[in-house]
Design a protein around this ligand. Sequence first.
Ligand code: GLN
Ligand code: ZN
Length: 756
Amino acid sequence: MTTLHHLGFPRVGAKRELKFAQERYWRKELSEQDLLDIAQKLREINWQNQAKENADYVTVADFTFYDHILDLQVATGAIPKRFGFDSQKLTLEQYFELARGNKDQFAIEMTKWFDTNYHYLVPEFHKNTEFKANPSHYVKQIKEAKALGFNTKPVIVGPLTFLWLGKEKGETFNRLQLLEKLLPIYTEILNAFIAEGVEWIQIDEPALALDLPKEWLEAYNYVYTELAKVNARLLLTTYFGSVAEHAPLLKSLPVDGLHLDLVRAPEQLSAFTDYEKVLSLGVIDGRNIWRANLNETLNLLEPLKATLGERLWIAPSCSLLHTPYDLSVETELQDKKPDLYNWLSFTLQKIKELHILKTALNQGRDAVAAELEQSQLAAQTRAESKDIHRIEVTARLAHLPENADKRKSPFAERIKEQNQWLNLPLLPTTTIGSFPQTPEIRYARASFKKGELSLEDYETAMKKEIEYVVRRQEELDLDVLVHGEAERNDMVEYFGELLDGFAFTKFGWVQSYGSRCVKPPVIYGDVARPTPMTVRWSQYAQSLTKKVMKGMLTGPVTILQWSFVRNDIPRSTVCKQIGVALSDEVLDLEKAGIKVIQIDEPAIREGLPLKRANWDSYLKWAGEAFRLSYMGVQDDTQIHTHMCYSEFNDILPAIAALDADVITIETSRSDMELLTAFSDFKYPNDIGPGVYDIHSPRVPTADEIEHLLRKALKVVPKERLWVNPDCGLKTRGWTETIEQLRTMIDVTKKLRKELA
Ligand code: GLN
Ligand code: ZN
């Protein structure tokens, strides 16, 4: 019999119940007991769903109130000492303080979980970090599931991935040295699981899909020889990439089974077919929302079943945490786009797909003939759909003129033409695009969406906002103005709603961090731009002022990165299609007299593949897609781009290759460190390093800004330097925004005098 299991389940609930409960608890509108009860109910529903679809084991210990790596810090006693909490007696309130900070301590830093949009809390390791086991959070879940009669398989992130994801703080040392102290703690935790009578324990080591240094790889043998001494069977799980290059090592470990992600890296299978223990194959995509073609999956699995027999397990590729919960609540989508609806699969549908696969493997395809036919039919209609495959889009991309992604002249020539008409002072000032999104703006947008506000009234409201933003910028004496983005709910959704090939769900939420969820658009078909998207807003804004108005678009890589992307053509093709669609907008803006255009790419770095060997090919197509988005513009049109959220040091050549005339970039929080890299690399075009942090209402002092600008002037020629905040201002209030910008402009004017 083939075994079916899961690696992890969404924690927030089908309708984000956990999020709402947490937030009410934080506002003191819900008691701790009520929050615990709601969480318990959600876990029970998760287990019931898994059991109902015939999972042989339900996954436990994957539930968390905030983040599973924070839970692991608590379970191993590795919470930051600076909070002064006792990990053995941690209260729920203290747990949330670790995650969200308190009046004395800033929160534990957060960063992206591999290449997903989930964020984990980064462990802080010190040379003298002492560990202490506290498995109670996990054991409670195991007990609960057992009491409900479920066959449970607890999951925990393995010690090497845990250490790898952490940061070294204080005195320099190598955190790998902590392993010796950490391992007995893991053994203690595993034994606590075993005391509950579990047969299998799932240990996640996704770090194996990264480029691990040799000494880290070598540690695997030591770690798993030690952990395998416990009296349970260990399933070592890998995901998000291929581990084929570690096949000899992984096959030699004394664990009882191995899980491979065959969705992300199907090619790695051949390196493991001679594995002699349990081989769990991740065949249903845990990262995306597309329905599988089950016959095809069976074509792969059936021969493996013949050779592996009982040792074949099937599962999603990774935890289902990264997919929305339930497609069946998307009734609007089902009405409006029944075909698309039929091509999708969320968590509850995915576990059903696995159920069908399991039945087919154990009883033959005939036992699920009808289900397999439906799956086949969906795959077929998708492959042939005219709604997806549009010849004019593919033809356009296939027949782009040569050098379509190159500007007509090099930067040195372009900038002269641009400066001629722009006539900007030294150190020109600008902002990144958005201005405060006040409750009134949000209310107007929401009412319009609900049909309570007429198009006319909505437009009037937005125009009023634009005028307000323009007047404030004029008063402040900014040089290059923006319209403020009041009409945009979200920088990706706004464009997705106006482009062909995109669809939206109502409840397609996935956890981003803690109680925060995102609802990515679905890119299901060839992308085109039927009509202008931003032109009339920018044009209206320009009509109000003599100063230059900057047009504002979201770039193709960021749109791609923050969406669920179709899996039937390469991501690179989708990205270039978006680039080409955006170029229509850029040219229309140019025609309308908007000749400074910013194309935001905050997400360009987060698209980087996990392994360095794959960086170049990604950066090549991402760069091309970005450049296609300004295809055909005149030399005297000035293209800006903007980046934030990450460090860019290691991809500077790729950033330069974007050939934007001006790049604005988040730098203030790193005290302009980033700029040193830009100057070492000799970044050739104009650059606007952020001079203040927009994440806080705090108004920077003139001295602080002056310090940053002087630092910038040391590494950037004064003719190349722009002055702007770190990022958009939409999360700020008006009062602080005005004061912050005024300080920025006062300092700039002072420096200008000095430099003149
Ligand atoms: N133009 C966007 C804004 O100002 C950029 C946002 C971002 O970089 N994340 O809001
Ligand atoms: Zn930004």
